[in-house]
Design a protein around this ligand. Structure first.
Ligand SMILES: [Zn+2]
Length: 235
């Protein structure tokens, strides 16, 4: 499997790696800074270089043998050393959006006891669905103000791996549907906004809520009697 360098340091932007497999659609590396996507966070884009060749990473697909980095030119041979560099502006925007969603999730659980039913993010924008009966302009502005206060509060964001049994004893994790994790997973990655939110999560995040920067709630809609969507925009 590919060593996930994006978990060791979400702020690392480049690495050297070796090609361990090569197919029609791309290459698998022994280690990578490219986040392969998941949990509502899109996969990274960027550049992979070897010899005189520079290829763009146009997609990343999770496969049984590791993340397949899809390239815009024929890939290097197995065994070749390559240099990876992610599109950092894009990734950082996605990290800000992802942490912003966890702030929303934490605030809405803490203050209104509503859980999350879905989430999706892109560069500069994100949406999250909540198990809520009512949602209107006034309520969405109230949530925005509460979330911005958590950004102001400069809360530290951490991640760690826990043994499955230990993770299943944390009440905050159980509410975020950790029980839906496949039985084969023996360690659970946990992302915590200290003092606000704790979730089983596979994404990449900024290190402090202050680094989310400003965001606005730009829309709300009903997706069902007990399902309300919030849309946010980040500058
Ligand atoms: Zn997440």
């Amino acid at each position: 499997m590919t060593v996930p360098l994006y978990y060791e340091d979400a702020y690392s932007t480049a690495c050297e790696a070796r090609v361990v497999a090569r197919g029609d659609d791309g290459i698998i590396l022994d280690r990578s800074v490219f986040y392969p996507g998941g949990g509502g966070q899109p996969s990274d884009r960027g550049i992979i270089r070897w010899g005189e060749t520079e290829a763009r990473v146009t997609d990343i697909r999770r496969g049984p043998a590791g993340a397949v980095h899809v390239l815009d030119v024929p890939g290097p041979a197995v065994g070749e050393s390559v240099e990876c560099a992610i599109d950092w502006a894009r990734r950082h925007a996605l990290m800000r959006a992802h942490t912003a969603l966890h702030i929303l999730c934490g605030v809405i659980w803490r203050d209104f006891k509503a859980s999350v039913t879905g989430a999706q993010m892109e560069v500069g924008a994100a949406r999250m669905d909540f198990e809520l009966e009512r949602m209107d302009a006034e309520f969405s502005r109230d949530i925005e103000a509460r979330a911005l206060a958590e950004i102001e509060a400069s809360r530290v964001v951490t991640s760690r791996d826990l043994p499955r049994d230990e993770a299943f004893e944390i009440p905050d994790l159980i509410r975020t549907r950790i029980n839906l994790l496949p039985p084969g997973i023996i360690r659970v990655r946990v992302v915590e906004i200290v003092g606000l939110d704790l979730q089983a999560d596979g994404g990449t995040h900024v290190a402090n809520t202050r680094h989310v920067g400003a965001f606005r709630v730009v829309g709300h809609e009903s997706k069902g009697r007990l399902n309300k969507r919030l849309r946010i925009a980040l500058d």
